[in-house]
Design a protein around this ligand. Sequence first.
Ligand code: UDP
Length: 317
Amino acid sequence: MPKKRILITGGCGFLGSHLCDRFLSEGYKVICMDNLLTGSPENIAHLIGNEDFKFIKHDVTNFIYVPGDLDYVLHFASPASPIDYLEMPIQTLKVGSLGTHKALGLAKEKNARFLLASTSEVYGDPQIHPQKEDYWGNVNPIGFRGVYDEAKRFAEAMTMGYHRYHGLETRIVRIFNTYGSRMRLKDGRALPTFMRQALKGNPITVFGDGSQTRSFTYVDDLVEGIYRLLLSDEVEPVNIGNPQEVTILEFAKEIVELTGSSSQIIHEELPDDDPKVRQPDISKARRVLDWEPAVDRKKGLNKTLSYFKQQVDKTDG
Ligand code: UDP
């Protein structure tokens, strides 16, 4: 049996590079595509020279050409943190819309199964808690986060369009806040920011009063969920996330404790449209994928600490 070939867009990013590793270890040939806007070649440096791995530098908002057969296309390319949306609103919109269209077109051409990286952001500032897949969301289309949220909502619609109209095999994963090695130290998200601040002994910047909640998933759990979803028959979206919910203030305190830091917690202004709560209902993932997270936050944060220590030492924060 020839090895299966999989294309991963955004393969140099945090999640994309972990997926490259996973599919290589499962015996696939992996083509990683990235324009390196927010992804980093460092994330795949260890794979260069592996004969089953190929990197193509390309912006997927333009026509995608890949020679040879493909069995799977995973569309993970996108800026993915609130400060990216402020700095790169048009690219964020384009990769979720035009990029999804191009990636779907490629999957159709190759008769490959397509998987979309969607997001809990499709639920916006949710009025239903925890969030189930049948909730339609509460998104401000013109807010600064709207460029990401609406592009991903469009991407889901486009994916279902290709499935219904062209009969393409498609999968949609709704990803909740995920953490682990290879996150950018300065991507502005809560976890890398708090880690950097704590390790350097700087004040920890909690936005607002910190009563807003998030539910953080360790990257290996997410990758396992995506792997199972890809190989399942489930066409409609599936939440993959750890339901262990925490307030941001509590989370900041956990990181101070974990790092043994003397940092003080300070409060800064809450950004517009910051969702007040977020927690996945994962009954569907449990039922159709027999998946649930295996790594709780304490264990996951411990596993992640050495990566952030290295990064802080390397870049001097
Ligand atoms: N946050 C914070 N301080 C920071 C960065 C983020 O208090 O330095 C808050 C942010 O306002 C949000 C939560 O932490 O309520 C998670 O933010 P993140 O950017 O990690 O992800 P998202 O808002 O997309 O879930």
